[in-house]
Write a protein of this length. Structure first.
Ligand code: B12
Ligand SMILES: Nc1nc2c(ncn2[C@@H]2O[C@H](COP(=O)(O)OP(=O)(O)OP(=O)(O)O)[C@@H](O)[C@H]2O)c(=O)[nH]1
Ligand SMILES: [Mg+2]
Length: 403
């Protein structure tokens, strides 16, 4: 990591972390969006999973993110069964300590709530409840000091260790449960270039081509400097994280200005020491021209390789000259190649890399498209560099499965 670790004003040591989602077959996401923004404004770290989410996906995310509470927003009916399913699956996974609450305007009645509470739901917020009341109650009832818990196993144990280091505390020593030798790749690039979408497509290649392997993603997103809250939204792009071979954890920067949470080095260490993960991808927040989140120009290098992702609208050739990471990134992806400016961008970036004379390869990608050959080529190069044991013909198999 680079020597300097600039920080803003200290945030609370352990902000509330809440997972929010909308149940399967329900597209009513405007209420949860309001709740998310309001929670973040009140200093909460919100991990938003999206709408049309299965109970299994919600439970997996709650465990990996080690959240204080799960908040569901349900409008299309079926809430009695759905909330129970989430509660039951959490219990079955040894994470019954994570409470579940929710709302759904007038579609959840008082009588429904009585049944739901008997089945384990913590509480329902009804139509007309002022947002301030909801926020104050949440902050009062669901705050906690993170403590080690020897009963946690598997992903929850890893997740709690990550929570501890995020809170500046010592993580409990974890048993090494796997034999994997992790290859760690830092993924950086300007905000919105498509880092998360590309990581998701790389995840799909990993699942296809590294049978039995596991991949971990550490997704850093910014905390708001005024409220200390954050909307950790990278999980919304993570379609392929809905697989038990994927461990996905969102990290808020909590005042760190390096492009990563100050806990990222310790978090990477925990993931590596678990022996569970063949590949670890670390996504930085959207970075600027002088950023070096992974310490490749000095200090302790945090990762084994770096991938710099940019989109065609970076400005012009002068802007390209200014981007420090283009001097040192091992892999460069020009994403959004479906954009009309991509042709020119490709030529300009290629010229910039040629001038470096370091043999850096440029990978033109369109991460928004499934089966993009540019993403295939990028994954193959990463896999080769990291010594991943890859099967052949994975993409074809993937296409056949989805066709
Ligand atoms: C807006 C809306 C839409 C929008 C959705 C936009 C969007 N992207 O979300 C549109 C127009 C697209 C839509 C479509 C449909 N809708 Co609609 N929709 C509504 C409406 C009018 C408001 C819901 C809302 O957002 N409220 C705003 C929130 C902030 O306030 P609130 O609901 O009072 O919630 C409070 C608390 O519950 C709490 N809360 C809510 N969620 C959460 C979550 C957490 C974590 C917390 C802490 C708190 C909390 O916050 C509020 C605090 O006061 C309701 C009617 C109603 N008045 O509820 C119908 C309603 C939900 N829709 C309905 C239906 C039927 C549909 C459609 C199926 C219609 C159709 N045939 O196409 C589709 C389905 C869409 C889909 N894909 O799922 C029905 C559902 C009936 C049922 N369950 O039996 C309703 C009840 C209308 C009705 N009376 O018929 N809908
Ligand atoms: N047209 C097009 N859109 C894309 C492509 N890749 C990603 N996007 C879209 O670009 C937007 C941003 O994508 P993300 O993957 O969230 O970008 P990001 O770099 O992770 O963003 P931050 O984490 O906020 O910095 C989303 O709406 C994506 O759907 C692409 O190849 N083509
Ligand atoms: Mg992202």
């Amino acid at each position: 990591m680079a020597a300097a670790k600039p920080r803003r004003a200290a945030a609370p040591a352990a902000p509330l972390r809440i997972l929010t989602a909308v149940p399967i077959c329900d597209g009513h996401d405007s209420a949860v969006t309001t709740i998310n923004i309001e929670l973040a404004r009140h200093g909460v770290e919100v991990i938003y999973l999206g709408y049309h989410q299965s109970a299994t996906a919600i439970v997996r995310a709650a465990i990996q993110e080690d959240v204080n509470v799960v908040g569901l927003s349900s409008y299309n009916g079926g809430h009695i069964v759905f909330f129970k399913e989430v509660v039951d699956q959490l219990k079955a996974a040894g994470s019954g300590d994570i409470p579940v609450f929710g709302g759904g305007g007038g579609t959840i009645t008082l009588a429904d709530e009585r049944v739901m509470k008997r089945q384990g739901t913590d509480r329902i917020f009804f139509a007309g409840t002022p947002l301030d009341d909801i926020m104050n109650l949440i902050k009062r009832e669901y705050a906690r000091d993170p403590k080690p818990n020897a009963k946690f196993k598997g992903d929850r144990a890893i997740a709690r260790a990550l929570t501890m280091v995020e809170s500046g505390l010592k993580a409990p020593a974890l048993k090494r449960t796997g034999k994997a030798k992790s290859f760690v790749v830092g993924v950086a690039g300007p905000g919105g270039a498509g880092k998360s979408t590309l990581i998701d497509e790389l995840t799909s290649r990993f699942l296809q081509r590294v049978p039995g392997g596991r991949i971990a993603i550490l997704a850093n997103d910014p905390s708001h400097p005024d409220t200390h809250g954050a909307i950790l939204g990278d999980r919304v792009s993570a379609i392929y994280a809905q697989d038990d071979r994927v461990f996905f954890r969102s990290l808020a920067t909590r005042g760190s200005l390096t492009g990563l949470s100050a806990a990222a080095p310790a978090a990477i260490d925990i993931l590596k020491k678990s022996g569970e993960f063949d590949l670890i991808l670390v996504e930085s927040v959207g970075v600027g021209q002088e950023s070096d989140p992974f310490g490749i120009f000095g200090g302790k290098k945090l990762v084994d390789a770096t991938l710099f992702v940019l989109a065609p609208y970076y400005g012009g050739r002068i802007q390209l000259q200014k981007i420090a990471l283009l001097n040192g990134a091992d892999f460069v992806a020009l994403n959004k190649c479906d954009h009309p400016m991509a042709h020119t961008a490709k030529a300009e970036i290629q010229a910039r890399l040629d001038y470096n004379g370091k043999g850096q390869n440029l990978y033109p990608t369109t991460a928004a498209k499934h089966f993009d050959p540019g993403v295939d080529a990028l994954f193959a190069a990463l896999g080769e560099r990291g010594g991943l044991k890859m099967s052949t013909g994975g993409e074809a198999a993937c296409q056949m499965k989805l066709a």
